[in-house]
Design a protein around this ligand. Structure first.
Ligand code: SF4
Length: 224
């Protein structure tokens, strides 16, 4: 039975990429070795056995925390019901969700009629149900030293790239070379931390390349 280490589960509105505005249940998995300096979920990086807590303790926490709990697919669905979630779209993120075999979880959700999206750095093999929408946010030259995999780029339905400076565009151009001619994912640029210069750069390049702009709309309206 597959077990997942979970940092948080909550219902909100997807704020980024193609599904912006879609009511969603978010499952944030624990663990990530990629080490992006500007990561806004550093509390998910470590899987420390001493920080495992019960589901109820983690679900009751109001602030970001390094605590996590373990659940099977069946337990997660029971949690959805207990919480009274209404959304029919599930976003599995992290941390780095592809540290886990996501086939059992994504398959079960899709069988039940949910649409499912994962958000990954592209540094792990992607193991999901074939109908899962894969968002690759390629993390290039990060301190963790993990390369972006060609197999992840080939599986991507959308590429969502955080940008703050020109070198981030150059890095994206490098990983886009991994795309096979048969895969033409949507490409989004997302300004890092809503910085003005980053936003101006993203707008300029999106217009030049006919790419799309992804804003972290949930941060503008003050929701999780
Ligand atoms: S891959 Fe994602 S979770 Fe991991 S360090 Fe980078 S931004 Fe943070």
């Amino acid at each position: 039975m597959s077990q997942y280490k979970i940092n948080e589960v909550f219902e909100s509105i997807q704020g980024e990429g193609s599904f912006t505005g879609v009511p969603s249940i978010f499952i944030r998995l624990q663990g990530c070795p990629v080490g992006c300096p500007w990561c806004d979920t550093k509390h998910t990086w470590t899987i420390d056995p001493m920080l495992e807590r019960s589901r109820d303790v983690v679900m009751a926490e109001q602030a970001e925390s390094e605590h996590w709990f373990t659940h099977s697919v069946e337990q997660l669905l029971a949690l959805f019901a207990a919480q009274g979630y209404q959304a029919k779209h599930v976003v599995i993120s992290g941390g780095e969700p592809c540290m886990y075999d996501l086939v059992p979880l994504t398959s079960h959700l899709i069988t039940l009629g949910y649409s499912v999206q994962i958000e990954t750095s592209g540094t792990y093999e992607i193991l999901t149900h074939v109908d899962t929408w894969v968002t690759v946010s390629p993390k290039v030259n990060m301190p963790g030293g993990k390369p972006v995999l060609a197999s992840a780029m080939q599986r991507a339905n959308e590429i969502k790239h955080p940008v703050a400076m020109e070198k981030h565009i150059e890095e994206l151009d490098q990983v886009l070379k991994l795309l096979p001619a048969t895969n033409k994912p949507l490409i989004y640029l997302q300004p890092i931390s809503q910085q003005k210069r980053a936003t101006e750069l993203a707008i300029k390049v999106c217009i030049q390349r006919n790419w799309r702009l992804s804003l972290q709309t949930h941060k503008f309206i003050g929701i999780e």
